[in-house]
Design a protein around this ligand. Structure first.
Ligand code: ZN
Ligand code: ZN
Length: 386
């Protein structure tokens, strides 16, 4: 398999811009998935799965002989954030934008598909997975829970995320904990409403909320990189209705919990629950969990393969000293048994951060990233060394 020509890169870039114009958010990626499936069919995929765990699409490119299965994964979803930019290909969908670069990740995998169209691997299988609902943490789990997943289940899994703040094109690698576990805790408190003239006849959650708003962030502990690192961030608070006549009955708090390991997350959840109960008194407490991300623990062998390929291609690589605070649902593929690693590719030191309203995927990454992914595939299902 060879590197793509400048013409092919230009085609992929303009496809990226078109995907950028039409973002779809988590769980609603119908049109994007349809488009991707059409491209994969045109590129001669040997097998195609649709509607995987929602709107997921996967394509298989089958090698001539027996060998391992290597999966490359990208994400289909945009974000419910209004894009602020002067780009000619700015989002045409109000309040939604491709502000995490998943449009760039998608065309990178289509670039690999072009190389596979030109030349099948000599052995094994290559699966290109276009995963839905990454931003909510639901998609990878849903894909793995799909009854057809056993037909796909890979031996190796790779994905990359572009990382603003790092030098453009730098290949960041990290063996072991790579991204934090995180989950949203929705705390519903219910008491009894009363006339504002007689609050003592009701049961307002106001005091409990005020105490919890101070106490929950105090669950934070240690620093990123330390195994007992924990972060608890208050993201939302709501008390009663906007009136002057009612002492409220209900309140809601939302907190995001974050840890470096899954085990520490279990402990942090217990601490948060105990704290809520200790402040709730006679209030009724209802807890719901959302956006559950498992920690990404990168496999050392898969990471070593990526490092070797970057070296062969003379791409600058670097061992990341610390795990990322942000979460990624890619960790599920490692939990499922694949040797999996997430690559952190620099988007430029001064690039706007992920999820910023003025963020855009840097197209300059495409040629290098596609070469790197093709190289990884070749390393695993390429010719057996003599
Ligand atoms: Zn994102
Ligand atoms: Zn992302």
């Amino acid at each position: 398999m060879h590197a793509l020509s400048p013409d092919r890169i230009a085609e992929l870039t303009s496809l990226r811009h078109d995907l950028h114009r039409h973002p779809e958010i988590s769980g609603e990626e119908r049109a994007t998935a349809e488009r991707i499936a059409r491209h994969l069919t045109a590129l001669g995929a040997d097998r195609l799965w649709r509607d995987l765990g929602g709107h997921g699409v996967a394509a298989e490119f089958t090698g001539a002989g027996d060998g391992p299965t290597v999966l490359l994964r990208c994400e289909l979803d945009g974000l419910p954030i209004r894009e602020i930019s002067d780009l000619p290909y700015k989002s045409e969908v109000a309040g939604k934008g491709h502000l995490c670069g998943h449009d760039g990740h998608m065309v990178s995998l289509l670039g690999v598909a072009q190389a596979l169209k030109a030349q099948r691997p000599p052995r094994g299988r290559v699966i290109l997975l276009f995963q839905p609902a990454e931003e909510t943490g639901a998609g990878a789990k849903a894909v793995i829970d799909d009854p057809r997943w056993p037909e796909i289940r890979p031996d190796y899994a790779f994905a990359y995320h572009n990382v603003p703040g790092r030098p453009l094109g730098e290949v960041g690698l990290r063996s072991g904990p790579g991204n934090c576990a995180s989950r949203g805790m929705q705390i519903l408190l219910e008491g009894k409403s009363s006339h504002a003239a007689a609050p003592e006849d009701g049961l307002s959650p106001a005091n409990a909320m005020a105490e919890l708003m101070r106490a929950l962030p105090d669950l934070a502990h240690g620093r990123i990189g330390e195994p007992d690192f924990a972060l608890s961030t208050l993201t939302h608070a709501k008390l009663g209705a906007p009136t002057f006549g009612i002492s409220p009955a209900d309140g809601e708090l939302r907190v995001t919990l974050r840890t470096m390991t899954n085990m520490r997350m279990d402990a942090l959840m217990e601490e948060a629950l105990a704290l809520v109960r200790s402040h709730a008194g006679a209030l009724r407490v209802d807890i719901h969990w959302h956006d559950v991300f498992r920690a990404v623990i990168n496999d050392p062998d898969a990471t070593a393969i990526a490092r070797q390929v970057a070296e062969n291609l003379r791409q600058h690589s670097r061992d990341m000293p610390l795990p990322m605070r942000w979460s990624e649902d890619f960790g599920r593929f490692g939990d499922d048994g694949a040797k999996a690693t997430l690559l952190y590719i620099g988007s430029g030191e001064d690039h706007p951060q992920l999820h910023n309203p003025d963020y855009d995927f840097p197209d300059a990454l495409l040629p290098g990233v596609i070469d790197l992914l093709i190289g990884i595939v070749q390393e695993i299902v390429g010719p057996t060394p003599a």
